[in-house]
Design a protein around this ligand. Structure first.
Ligand code: FAD
Length: 493
């Protein structure tokens, strides 16, 4: 390995020394071995050690860190719990990672307004825990909810099994406090509905840490519904399950959740969780209805009738709260259960119009043969949000490249059938180079103009989302530099 340039070492030392003045004690991590814990997120195929990780404790420290980095021209990567599957929190070699783990307090619970205000490092499930004794909950529920932070949920506009009826993060966040790269602190939205002015909050949710660092989040909480029951509906063919999903929605029923798993996924989960899933079906739907008990009974009857009409071979409705939770425990463990099938899996995330489900599933099977890699399908069927899990072994030569090529083909397929590149995991580095497949150059230029309005120096999480490197310039014009953004500094496992 070549000797590090003395000038680079001196610059790194200067950055670390300046950060230590702002966040003293153990708040700055820069030793090589200690940085290992931060060199990757859940897109584990890539890793990169940053210059340093800083762990600020309050908004003033975040502001001072960003002001410092802006003055020294240092890139900044915001990080919550590091569970991003698209590489959103992946460090860059010449960046400082701002870890928000110390922002872990609930600041305000307001039952009258049905809101919770929390620091961004509070976990998604932590929000629900804070209000569950009073009969409330926070609706968006990513499978990673035990670990992922609400700040990361804002960054990725995360979803979960209950977002079909209750909306994604963007539909449940009412306000944020955010620090811009300049160090300025801005407040967008609040407890009230429908704030004045442009919907900047809508722009920030899903902005993948590229516009500012969120230091406070106000979310809507909901009263727990009086009841909820889930049905496991088995089908002899994936196409029949796909048709059933479309017909349930067409009948005007919006289930609290409607998830689909294919046969390999059902088998892997059942062995792992023993959720009581039927093993003799080609596809399984989990359909949950919530609300008053009479309404649940009525809608479950309609769902069963539709399912039977689509050729369902088995219908089993939960008879207790424990059983309902067990049904969901299986689905929520689908990713870890898949890790028992192969040394590695690559989780894809694309969205398609619901009526294309059967066609796309068939095409994914064909692509699996073309690329010579297995695939397990589990997805938010009601939203048309697919999560094919591609099975591979990173230790075998060329398999990771084949997995990525297979994944890219799946995402292009999603776009071809009228869908989009991502449903909830974000673009990050993973889907960045496919953005031009979905968007025309003027569309991407307008999107980057928004970034420039918040971060004219393009220092916040650069190299993510946008396939071409633009430098912001006066008057909103941008200049392209060097075509594709290279990632020479990224290391692969
Ligand atoms: C097993 C597993 C299951 C998953 N299931 C789901 C699922 O069902 N639904 C789903 O949507 N996702 C899922 N994910 C993906 C992931 O958990 C979500 O994207 C989550 O929102 C990331 O939160 P985090 O705190 O880990 O954020 P990180 O991974 O740390 O960061 C995510 C992005 O947000 C930015 N960011 C983080 N904090 C801040 C902040 N305070 N201010 C500004 N930007 C910030 C980062 O820069 C990055 O771009 C899953 C991941 C795993 C590993």
């Amino acid at each position: 390995m070549p000797e590090p340039d003395q000038a680079i070492l001196a610059r790194k030392a200067a950055i670390v020394a300046a950060l230590k003045v702002i966040v003293p004690g153990e708040g700055v991590i820069h030793a090589a071995d200690a940085l290992r814990a931060y060199e990757s997120d859940a897109l584990t195929a890539y890793r990169q050690r940053p210059v340093a990780v800083v762990l600020p404790r309050n908004t003033e420290e975040v502001s001072a860190v960003l002001k410092l980095c802006a003055s020294m021209g240092v890139k900044v990567v915001p990080r919550g719990s590091g569970t991003s599957l698209s590489g959103g929190a992946l460090p860059l070699a010449d960046s400082v990672v701002v870890g928000m783990g110390k922002f872990n307090r609930i600041l305000d619970i307001d039952y009258a307004n049905r809101t919770v205000t929390a620091q961004p490092g509070v976990t998604n499930l932590g929000l629900t825990h804070a209000v569950s004794a009073a009969g409330f909950y926070y609706a968006p529920d990513p499978s990673s909810q035990i670990a992922c932070s609400i700040g990361g949920n804002v960054g990725e506009n995360s979803g979960g099994v209950h977002c079909l009826k209750y909306g994604l993060t963007t539909n449940n966040v009412l306000g944020v406090e955010m620090v811009l790269m300049s160090g300025e602190v801005v407040r967008l939205g609040g407890k009230h509905l429908d704030p004045d002015g442009y919907d900047l909050l809508g722009v920030v949710v899903g902005s993948e840490g590229m516009l500012g660092i969120v230091t406070e989040v106000t979310v809507r909480i909901l009263p727990k519904p009086p009841g909820a029951r889930a049905a496991l509906i088995g089908f002899g063919a994936e196409e029949s399950a796909g048709d059933c999903v479309a017909r349930i929605i067409a009948a005007g029923i919006i289930p609290a959740g409607m998830e689909m798993m294919d046969k390999p996924s059902v088998a892997a989960v059942e062995e792992f969780v023993h959720a009581g899933y039927p093993l003799d079906v080609e596809a399984l739907l989990i359909v949950e209805l919530d609300g008053p008990h009479a309404e649940i009974d009525h809608l479950l009857g309609m769902v069963e009738e539709i399912a039977r009409g689509c050729g369902a071979v088995s219908v089993r409705v939960s008879t207790s709260e424990a059983e309902r939770l067990l049904f969901w425990a299986g689905r929520k463990a689908a990713f870890p259960a898949t890790s028992r099938l192969a040394p590695d899996y690559y989780c894809m995330d694309g969205t398609i119009p619901r009526h294309q489900l059967s066609r796309v599933l068939g095409e994914i099977r064909r692509l699996s043969k073309v690329h010579g890699l297995g695939v397990v399908n589990v997805f938010h069927a009601g939203d048309g949000n697919l999560h094919p899990l591609i099975l591979y072994d990173a230790n075998r030569d060329g398999e990771i490249e084949r997995a990525e090529a297979f994944g890219a083909d799946i995402l292009r397929l999603c776009v071809d059938v009228g869908g989009v590149l991502t449903g909830e995991h974000g673009v990050g580095v993973e889907k960045r180079d496919l953005m031009e497949y979905q968007f025309e150059e003027p569309d991407l230029a307008r999107q980057q103009a928004v970034k420039c309005a918040f971060d004219p120096g393009t220092l916040l999480n650069p190299g993510k989302v946008f396939p071409k490197l633009h430098r912001c310039a006066e008057g909103g014009r941008m200049h392209v530099h060097g075509g594709k953004v290279p990632f020479p500094e990224l290391e692969r496992f």
